[in-house]
Design a protein around this ligand. Structure first.
Ligand SMILES: *[C@@H]1O[C@H](CO)[C@@H](O)[C@H](O)[C@H]1NC(C)=O
Ligand SMILES: *[C@@H]1O[C@H](CO)[C@@H](O)[C@H](O)[C@H]1NC(C)=O
Ligand SMILES: *[C@@H]1O[C@H](CO)[C@@H](O)[C@H](O)[C@H]1NC(C)=O
Length: 342
């Protein structure tokens, strides 16, 4: 744009007015600044940095978390340098205000390979603390896959139980029960989530903004897997999973989610669906309760898997008015606590 504006002669006025049109266009959400580690750093006052890496003071992520004082009340950075860290990590409830900074998803990876009958025991990363941010970290559970009828079939990559938690540009990988969005208000931005069965589950109150969801086949069972299993139990409960923009694709066939509590709430809006989404869309597998309280469905989605014609009868195509309160950070009171958001 700088070049046409610097042209001389009678066209300058025309160019200037064209430029101001471009500036107006620029101010729409296509040109918002990229949320990156630098921008995040500039938004929070960091008291201290704990560096993790083979050449750093802390050799494991857990060692750095252990070094953060209990009752911490100002932001600290745990900077995990590029590399693969083989460990289970717990961030206890009494250590809030941790910013876990990686060097990029796929570059900084925390991996463990536990499968269990207990979701929490299996979790590679277990976040119990509130006021937590992660940027550019991959969380992986590499448990065995394709083993039929294995009871130890829970393999959580990350369990998120804190309130006011944000993940930016993070990756979550596991064959089964990948992201245990347990409870609290959460924001996931530009994240990649991979799995097969119930792989985003819990009763969190969460906005997934511009995330990629990738479906992998899993030979362990005959049923089709579900991406989501949301556990909102009562009408009063504010929880729900909202997927805004982003895309869902992969290999094989899955449901977008399943009804598993009378008030389960899952909304996919303005999202691309590849043909990996079953035409029925949603399942009531193992659920025989009332469907009146469910808030499960889609709004303005597109792509080859987005045709609503054969969707389950209790799943909804929501109107704009119905979903408006959910399609933005206000749903999670984000403008009060998120350092940055779209
Ligand atoms: C997972 O294990 C439980 C028993 O712990 C079993 O009921 C369930 O069917 C298993 N799921 C799959 C997909 O194998
Ligand atoms: C489950 O969903 C199917 C398809 O929409 C419907 O025919 C069936 O009645 C539902 N079952 C229950 C128990 O709600
Ligand atoms: C969060 O936002 C909701 C909906 O906008 C509002 O009803 C609620 O009072 C807010 N909660 C807090 C703790 O601010």
């Amino acid at each position: 744009m700088a070049r046409p504006c610097s042209s001389s002669g009678g066209l300058v006025v025309l160019f200037l007015s064209l430029c101001s049109i471009f500036l107006i266009v620029d101010s729409t959400d296509t040109k918002k600044p990229l949320i990156d580690a630098k921008l995040l750093n500039s938004k929070i006052q960091v008291k201290q940095t704990y560096k993790v890496g083979p050449e750093e003071q802390y050799k494991s992520v857990q060692a750095a978390i252990d070094a953060v004082p209990e009752g911490n009340s100002q932001w600290v950075v745990v900077h995990v340098k590029a590399g693969t860290y083989r460990e289970q990590v717990v961030v206890p409830e009494n250590k809030p205000y941790i910013y876990l900074r990686g060097n990029g998803k796929g570059k900084t990876t925390i991996v463990w390979d536990e499968c269990s009958i207990d979701n929490t025991k299996s979790a590679t990363f277990n976040l119990e603390a509130s006021n937590f941010i992660a940027f550019g970290v991959t969380f992986k559970n590499n448990a065995e896959r394709d083993l039929p009828n294995l009871a130890r079939n829970q393999s959580v990559a990350a369990k998120v139980s804190g309130d006011k938690v944000a993940f930016y540009h993070c990756g979550f990988y596991s064959p089964h029960n990948t992201l245990f969005d347990h409870r609290g208000r959460h924001y996931y931005e530009s994240c990649y989530i991979q799995g097969n069965i119930d792989f985003i589950f819990g009763r969190g109150q969460s906005l997934f903004q511009s995330c990629e969801i990738f479906v992998l086949p899993d030979g362990r069972n005959d049923i089709l897997g579900s991406i989501t299993a949301q556990n909102r139990k009562s009408e009063k409960c504010t929880s729900g999973f909202v997927f805004l923009k982003g895309k869902v694709y992969g290999v094989g066939e899955v449901y977008l989610g399943r009804a598993n509590e009378p008030f389960s709430r899952v909304i996919f809006a303005n999202t691309y669906f590849s043909k990996t989404i079953s035409p029925v869309g949603w399942t009531n597998w193992s659920y025989s309760g009332d469907t009146k309280g469910l808030m499960i469905g889609e709004h303005d989605c597109h792509g080859p898997g987005g045709d609503p014609k054969h969707r389950a009868e209790w799943a909804r195509q929501f109107s704009k008015e119905e979903v408006e309160p959910f399609l933005g950070v206000d749903f999670i009171n984000g403008s009060e606590w998120l350092p940055v958001y779209y």
